[in-house]
Design a protein around this ligand. Sequence first.
Ligand code: FES
Length: 65
Amino acid sequence: MKENYMVCNCKQVSYNDIESALHTLDRFEDVLSAFQAIQKITHCSTGCGGCHDKVIEIISDLMHG
Ligand code: FES
């Protein structure tokens, strides 16, 4: 099991937060629309934007892994 860690410091969104937000989505066609949905749920990447690439990477790992 992966260790939880903070992904978005501005909004205090952790890896686990992103993972559980992803699981609440019924379906997602692509990483970008999943990103937007998760952004709405967790507010990650709505501050400085510095975590954007990390969030995208985690979502695509979770979706394809
Ligand atoms: S670290 Fe996520 S918006 Fe700044």
